[in-house]
Design a protein around this ligand. Structure first.
Ligand code: NAP
Length: 498
């Protein structure tokens, strides 16, 4: 049992943070800013960065502008380009650990197994048997980290190397090989963009064509970086770029009001990009989506259309029958022979804190509450799970937004919410079930009207067929997150029996 379970330095509360990715580090930094040092970040991996540590595939980059995908309090004038490559983002988070003195707060290779609210405190246990106790639980486990292995017959029969995009095997030689990539999401698009010209044959198996938005990834010169260093307002100009804001507004209107002309305008812009970029009419028709734009997460790329026109690249639209030792057998009987098979088939987006067992007040199991679908009041808190916050949790804004901005707003909300506990006015605080139910009704009504619900297949859609993501404007999100509505919360005063 950790002996650091009592309130520690700063007279704050002891906080247990799950995950040393972007959101978990943010929580640690924010606690330190308050002078609170009594916290531990538990990380299952041997390093920080979350998704930016787990994903190492060729072409990995963030399609949100680098200066916008940065903590608002820690600008980084050194970004090498408008869109940062994945390894640089991982390094940014490693720098944050050093800059904010988080090293001694992180426990690596420590996967939490159980969290139990008992006696007014959170008791946690890791897979290797370590135990700890705190008053506050921050679940910063990320959204897209459980690889989705497709249900394709014979997946294990492939004779050559085969791996999921988030488990890239760097020991595998790619140059001159016949490489198959299953999937055309943001990941598959980035991988194909990077591998075109390296493989002797690169075949991308496309079940659904994608809308691609052009976003040039201009490199920053030393002069640019100096200017960013000397004048942070130049960074702010990128973060608050009116042209980006204009596009964001069009994009949000297209999502929230698919009947509006905004969606037609967006679609026209994307089809123009396709038609101006792809010369071969057969390939062009293969790449033409047959559903509404923005129904799936919009993909930004400056090299994909160029890559698919490379002589060694092929888009295979034939349906997959099964995987065989030599390659991929299509439903029409064709065998596509391969040396390497990459599964860019996405993630199980409904997992969040799973597979941990989390037990709240009165022994309530989170699994029970989430038996239909993962739920959280305004995406952050859960009834009967006092003093627990989910950063980037279920029904929050995801997709084409900076998740850093989202997590910062959520932390700001929770920081205010936990104040009565900090002041000793109660032991715990959690939303009422009525508040969550009412929120869910409103959320489902709004979700059903979005373009995400217009009939395409995407990871936004939950088991009930509705988008499980924030379905209102971002202004509404910032507004709700600016101040908790305490009337929707209940306070836990008494210490429950052990
Ligand atoms: P994804 O968007 O879920 O795409 C998965 C792909 O695999 C889809 O093309 C899907 O086809 C295909 N697929 C799945 N099962 C299949 C099967 N049985 N047979 C054939 N095809 C199958 O996953 P992702 O590309 O990894 O991206 C997930 C999310 O990660 C993104 O939406 C984004 O939020 C995030 N991401 C962000 C960046 C960034 O730059 N910011 C980069 C990469 C990823 P269907 O479309 O037909 O379902």
């Amino acid at each position: 049992m950790s002996n650091s379970s009592s309130n520690g330095e700063g007279n704050g509360l002891r906080t247990i943070i799950i995950g040393a990715g972007m959101a978990g580090l943010l929580a640690g930094i924010k606690l330190k800013e308050r002078g609170e040092n009594d916290f531990t970040i538990y990380e299952k991996n041997d390093g920080v960065g979350g998704t930016w540590k787990e994903n190492t595939y060729p072409g990995l980059a963030c399609d949100v502008p680098a200066h916008a995908y940065t903590y608002s309090f820690a600008y980084n004038p050194e970004w090498s380009s408008f869109l940062a490559p994945g390894p640089e983002i991982r390094e940014y988070f490693e720098d944050m650990v050093e800059r904010y003195g988080l090293e001694n707060h992180i426990r690596f290779n420590s996967e939490i197994d159980t969290c139990e609210w008992r006696g007014g405190q959170w008791h946690i246990r890791t897979k290797d048997g370590h135990e700890d106790v705190g008053q506050v639980l921050v679940a910063a486990t990320g959204v897209l980290h459980h690889p989705n292995f497709p249900k394709i017959e014979g997946l294990d029969d492939f004779a050559g190397p085969s791996f999921h995009s988030a488990r890239w095997d760097h020991s595998v030689q790619l140059d001159g090989k016949r490489i198959g990539v299953i999937g055309t999401g943001s990941t598959g698009v980035q991988i194909v963009g990077a591998l075109a010209g390296r493989a002797s044959k690169l075949i991308q198996f496309q079940r659904t064509a994608q809308y691609i938005m052009s976003r040039p990834g201009v490199a920053y010169t030393e002069e640019d970086k100096r200017a960013f260093r000397e004048d942070p307002s130049k960074i702010e100009m990128i973060r608050d770029n009116p042209r980006s804001a204009e596009f964001r507004n069009l994009f949000l209107e297209a999502i929230l009001k698919p009947e509006s002309t905004a969606l037609d305008d967006l679609e026209a812009m994307l089809i123009q990009n396709l038609e101006e970029s792809v010369k071969d009419p057969v390939l062009l028709e293969k790449l033409r989506p047959n559903y509404r734009a923005a129904c799936k997460r919009l993909i930004f790329s400056n090299n994909y259309y160029e890559a698919v026109q490379h002589p060694d690249v092929e888009i295979e639209t034939g349906a997959i029958e099964r995987i065989e030792p030599e390659g991929v057998r299509l439903k029409d009987g064709t065998l596509v022979e391969l040396d390497v098979l990459v599964l860019a088939t996405g993630f199980k987006a409904d997992q969040f804190v799973r597979p941990m067992t989390i037990t709240g007040e009165g022994g309530m199991d989170l699994e029970e509450l989430w038996s239909q679908t993962p739920r959280a009041y305004y995406a952050v808190t859960v009834p009967n799970f006092p003093n627990m916050v989910l950063l980037n949790g279920p029904s929050g804004p995801v997709g084409n937004f900076s998740l850093i901005d989202v997590a910062e707003a959520q932390w700001n909300y929770f920081d205010q919410l936990i104040e009565p506990v900090r002041k000793g006015e109660c032991l715990g605080i959690a939303p009422t079930m009525e508040a969550l139910d009412a929120y869910d009704v409103r959320r489902k009504e709004a979700a059903a009207k979005t373009v995400w619900a217009s009939g395409c297949k995407s990871w936004y859609i939950g088991d009930d067929g509705l988008p499980q993501v924030w379905s209102w404007s971002m202004d509404h999100f910032w507004d709700v997150m600016s101040k908790p509505k305490f009337d929707d919360y209940e306070l836990f005063e008494a210490i429950a029996a052990e």
